[in-house]
Ligand binder design. Structure first.
Ligand SMILES: Cc1cc2nc3c(=O)[nH]c(=O)nc-3n(C[C@H](O)[C@H](O)[C@H](O)COP(=O)(O)OP(=O)(O)OC[C@H]3O[C@@H](n4cnc5c(N)ncnc54)[C@H](O)[C@@H]3O)c2cc1C
Ligand code: FES
Length: 263
């Protein structure tokens, strides 16, 4: 059982209702893969069941391994996390799940995050750069309902990635859906891989747009989870294969080839 009690190093509100948290974590997290997640539980307060959160980044400082999370306050657990401060502890189970298929040298990619779905894309972008990728061959798409929901632009820009931001209400970036600039740039940029995480309608739109395109399209799903370990069936999604009609997001995912599931 990969369970650890981790001390919070910082917990800052970065946009209305969105927090960026750093946790002093065991060294094994330096081997965490982009797309993997942790199951979190506050040591005081919150519910009995853990909640899943993507690993946003893993950094090191002063000999410490720091797991960074980006989360939105939506319910009883995230409300408790939002009130926690440096020195408080959280219990982490992880790293769990599979990971994105990183690009081969020379391949270009699209990284798309809608709202809090941008969380797993930063570690992916950083690992691509560490593996020698030229950020200018890749494009990051950040979508939000409003300006407050379009997160992490500065972090991707600082790494050198071109970033396209869309908001539904036009309060920042292009007005409209994230799929609009993606579709527009698909032919010009010809990505070999498209990675996406975000609300279900966004994933449906991206899977539809990529249908019949030769690029590998990987979707990271944020379904409700209870156990995180394949035991409860709480997270299943329909598979597109008749041999195995369901897949567990917690152990078969959270990252799926868009062709392998029914979104
Ligand atoms: C693999 C994975 C990675 C995730 N990564 C992140 C992350 O990096 N940052 C982040 O903020 N959240 C992430 N989530 C979603 C997060 O787990 C939920 O928001 C969490 O359940 C909130 O806990 P809560 O107790 O505060 O609210 P809950 O009581 O669990 O939920 C409050 C409300 O939100 C709804 N809800 C809960 N989870 C979801 C969901 N996944 N999709 C749509 N509605 C939901 C519930 O139905 C309820 O109405 C991830 C989920 C998965 C499966
Ligand atoms: S969360 Fe329990 S089986 Fe996936």
């Amino acid at each position: 059982m990969k369970l650890s009690s981790c001390t919070i190093l910082w917990n800052r509100e970065v946009s209305h209702g969105y927090y960026h948290m750093g946790l002093d974590a065991p060294d094994r997290y330096t081997r965490a893969l982009p797309g993997q997640f942790v199951m979190l539980k506050a040591e005081k307060g919150g519910t009995l069941l853990r909640r899943p959160f993507s690993i946003h980044d893993v950094t090191t400082n002063d000999g410490k391994t720091i797991v960074e999370l980006l989360y939105k306050v939506v319910g009883p657990n995230t409300r408790v996390y939002g009130e926690m401060t440096a020195g408080d502890s959280l219990s982490l189970l992880g790293p769990l799940g599979n990971s994105f298929t990183e690009p081969a040298p020379g391949e270009s990619t699209f990284l798309a995050g809608g709202g809090i779905g941008i969380a797993p894309m930063l570690l992916l972008a950083k690992r691509m750069v560490s593996a020698g990728a030229n950020p200018s061959n890749h494009t990051v798409f950040i979508g939000g309902r409003t300006r407050e929901d379009a997160l992490s632009e500065a972090a991707f820009s600082a790494l050198g990635f071109p970033v396209v931001v869309t908001t539904d209400d036009g309060s920042y970036g292009e007005k409209g859906r994230i799929t609009e600039p993606m579709a527009r740039l698909l032919e010009e940029k010809n990505p070999a891989k498209v990675y996406a995480c975000g609300p279900h309608p966004m994933l449906v739109g991206i899977a539809g747009m990529m249908h019949g395109h030769p690029a590998l399209c990987e979707l990271s799903l944020e379904t409700v989870m209870a156990c995180g370990m394949g035991a409860c069936m709480g997270c299943v999604v329909e598979s597109s294969s008749s041999d195995a009609p369901y897949k567990h997001v917690c152990i078969d995912g959270p990252v799926f080839d868009a062709r392998s599931i029914r979104v």
